[in-house]
Write a protein that binds this ligand. Structure first.
Ligand SMILES: Nc1ncnc2c1ncn2[C@@H]1O[C@H](COP(=O)(O)OP(=O)(O)OP(=O)(O)O)[C@@H](O)[C@H]1O
Ligand SMILES: *[C@@H]1O[C@H](CO)[C@@H](O)[C@H](O)[C@H]1NC(C)=O
Ligand SMILES: *[C@@H]1O[C@H](CO)[C@@H](O)[C@H](O)[C@H]1NC(C)=O
Ligand SMILES: *[C@@H]1O[C@H](CO)[C@@H](O)[C@H](O)[C@H]1NC(C)=O
Ligand SMILES: *[C@@H]1O[C@H](CO)[C@@H](O)[C@H](O)[C@H]1NC(C)=O
Ligand SMILES: *[C@@H]1O[C@H](CO)[C@@H](O)[C@H](O)[C@H]1NC(C)=O
Ligand SMILES: *[C@@H]1O[C@H](CO)[C@@H](O)[C@H](O)[C@H]1NC(C)=O
Length: 595
């Protein structure tokens, strides 16, 4: 099954759910809703949550879920080691019959939700081996049934709350390998535990670990909100909190849809050999090729014949919108074919009109759409093939090094392409999905923006389920995550993130940022607050010029400003890049109409 069959099924399920809801007024139990909300906050996984189907009556057969057989209430949630990434939804607090919560050895980040204090039946909490940060919620002290609490090997900070001492049934406790500080309370059950429960926290002191506490004025402070270890965390906490909450609230569901697509594609590429007739099936039975501006010097028949020969071996990439194939014609010309499985018959004519507009947009820094094939089952878009692949690959996968001039040149090209979309083409286009995998490189490492217009197009087709892949996460402006509304300024933000990615050589949600509870923008803000912003630059990058670096950083800082009004327009960005960043060098700036 190809990528978008997965997506198609998902949408189909949605419509089914809709029917069921219409017929029965309510399908899924409240526990099920809480779990869907949990899933929404998970932005990637190994696919374990794929079969959590909203149209089920209860979640009792979902993977990782166990219910009480009589009441059908959820009593165990057990999803350890499934590569789950994202935040832990506070809605787990609604599972008030939950006895075991086992999410260890995943990639969860954000805080431990204090709402878990509502799950008063909890006997075991296993969250070890994640990237959880922030404080241990004192609400855990409400869990009087709790026997086992393991939150070791995370990035938790602050004090150990006094309330944990009241957990009379606690038989096993492990908070080791975190960044906890302060005196370990010697109250109640907490006096039972030793070194092996608290080790690996360099800031802790207390009898349990034979470390005497320095006598600070006021004595041991058990206030969990007290500042910890003198480290100023206000900026970081505020940021990550907002990021996670807003993201999980609005974009999460969308991410999920796209994610399933992404995994579908991934599995397809990795394992799938059973669908090699897919393209042939697409084009047999009434496909027609539409070409723009005589851009393709072949007959429809030639192209269709070629399409029929494409199979898995020709796949060069997968994305949120579909699978990309390399299409080599007999005359030696090569194109990239993007296959988007059709979801909705009715939108055909609309889709075609939009594609025609996209096909009419030609610019030196945009990937040229040459034509498309309209088959009964899919849309096949034919683009220029760019031999340099994507910027994402160039930065993160290939070993070749991009030097300073190459990086500047790529940033410049991306800026010009985007500025053209925003300001100079008609109709103006908001890209909505600016990220390094959508910046392609030609043989001379010149950048071209790809996939413009598709986000909008597919959103409309899928009745407002935006297609955003997981990889997009770090690029989204805060207000976009809250409102879901794209503007030119949300593109400018994504562009700013892209600049930081090019400078640092790190993905926006690189593990080294996540570990600190940050993403790349949070890291930049931190460095700026310490006046160390130059340190963001990739140490491997050769030929850095500090003057243009400072100017470029200043542009990036403006672009990723949290308030959209403070961000410059792309026109302004191009001006700034040309006048302040690039070493002055008269006009390589022209808009071409073809290559
Ligand atoms: N015109 C092209 N020339 C060469 N390679 C391409 C071309 N278009 C896409 N690719 C390759 O295919 C990959 C997937 O592209 P695609 O645009 O479908 O996905 P994406 O950019 O990762 O995500 P999204 O679909 O959300 O934009 C790219 O990363 C790139 O490696
Ligand atoms: C937790 O309980 C409190 C008080 O009973 C309630 O106000 C709150 O909504 C609950 N939270 C969740 C997530 O269930
Ligand atoms: C923990 O300490 C309490 C007294 O505070 C004691 O009753 C209990 O048996 C101890 N539990 C364990 C597991 O040692
Ligand atoms: C706590 O977890 C660490 C690993 O993080 C482990 O080495 C240690 O043995 C555990 N301690 C207890 C008491 O289970
Ligand atoms: C702490 O000190 C006591 C005696 O003072 C000793 O028995 C115990 O082993 C020590 N524990 C650690 C972890 O050093
Ligand atoms: C700790 O400090 C307080 C005052 O802040 C003082 O009264 C007390 O004697 C000190 N204790 C020790 C052991 O130094
Ligand atoms: C933390 O930093 C912010 C600004 O970055 C500042 O306003 C605040 O006073 C600082 N707080 C502490 C405790 O240092």
């Amino acid at each position: 099954m190809g990528i978008c069959l997965v997506k198609g099924q998902w949408l189909w399920l949605y419509s089914l759910l809709f029917c069921v809801v219409m017929n029965k007024s309510r399908a899924l139990s409240a526990d099920g809703e809480a779990l869907l909300s949990f899933r929404t906050a998970v932005i990637s996984s190994d696919g374990v949550l794929l079969r959590w189907r909203p149209e089920d009556a209860d979640p009792c057969n979902w993977r990782g879920v166990t219910c009480d057989p009589k009441s059908k209430r959820v009593i165990y949630l057990s999803l350890s080691a499934h590569k789950l990434s994202g935040s832990i939804s506070p809605d787990l607090g609604k599972l008030d019959q939950l006895k075991i919560l086992s999410l260890y050895d995943n990639n969860f980040y954000g805080t431990i939700p204090s709402e878990l204090g509502n799950c008063t039946m909890l006997q075991g909490i296993y969250l070890q081996g994640n990237y959880l940060s922030g404080l241990i919620p004192s609400e855990l002290g409400k869990l009087q049934e709790l026997k086992n609490l393991d939150i070791s090997s995370n990035s938790l900070s602050g004090n150990i709350p006094l309330s944990l001492g009241t957990l009379a049934n606690l038989a096993a406790l492990n908070v080791s390998n975190n960044f906890l500080v302060g005196p370990i309370p010697f109250d109640g059950v907490l006096s039972n535990f030793t070194e092996s429960s608290f080790g690996g926290n360099r800031g802790l002191c207390g009898m349990q670990i034979n470390v005497t506490c320095k006598n600070e004025s006021g004595g041991p402070s058990m206030n969990p909100s007290s500042p910890n270890s003198g480290q100023n965390q206000s900026g970081k906490k505020k940021y990550s909190g907002r990021l996670l909450i807003s993201a999980s609230a609005t974009v999460g569901a969308l991410l999920l849809v796209a994610l399933m697509c992404f995994w579908g594609c991934f599995l397809y590429k990795k394992l799938g050999k059973h669908d090699s007739s897919g393209l042939a099936m697409d084009v047999s039975g009434g496909a027609s090729i539409v070409m723009f501006h005589g851009d393709l010097p072949y007959s429809s028949k030639d192209i269709i014949k070629k399409l029929e020969t494409l199979n898995d071996e020709h796949i060069i990439g997968c994305g949120g919108f579909g699978t990309v194939y390399k299409l080599a014609m007999d005359d030696g010309c090569v194109f990239a074919l993007k296959r988007i499985i059709k979801l909705n018959e009715g939108f055909d004519r609309f889709f075609e009109r939009e594609l025609e507009i996209l096909g009419s947009i030609k610019h030196r820094y945009l990937v040229n759409l040459r034509g498309y094939c309209n088959s009964p089952t899919s849309k096949l878009l034919i683009y220029d093939f760019l031999p340099g692949g994507s910027l994402d690959e160039a930065l993160h996968e290939r070993s070749e090094q991009l030097d300073w001039d190459a990086r500047l040149n790529i940033i410049m090209g991306a800026a010009k392409g985007l500025a053209y979309l925003h300001h100079d083409c008609s109709p103006r286009i908001i890209h909505r999905d600016i990220k390094s995998s959508n910046i392609l490189l030609d043989g001379n490492l010149e950048a071209r923006v790809s996939d413009f217009g598709l986000a909008k197009l597919l959103e409309d087709e899928e009745s407002h389920i935006t297609t955003i892949v997981a990889g997009t996460f770090g690029y989204l402006a805060p207000e976009y995550m809250q409102s879901g509304r794209a503007t030119e300024k949300t593109d400018v933000y994504s562009f700013g993130v892209l600049v930081l990615e090019v400078l640092s050589g790190k993905r926006p949600t690189d593990a080294s940022f996540i570990e600190k509870g940050l993403n790349i923008v949070g890291w930049l803000n931190f460095l700026v607050s310490e006046n160390r912003q130059r340190e963001i630059v990739d140490p491997q990058c050769e030929g850095v010029q500090s003057e243009s670096l400072d100017a470029l950083l200043s542009v990036a800082i403006q672009c990723v400003s949290s308030s959209p009004e403070d961000r410059p327009t792309m026109h302004r960005v191009v001006q700034l890049l040309e006048s302040e960043v690039m070493t002055p060098c008269p006009s390589d700036f022209y808009d071409s109409n073809s290559d």
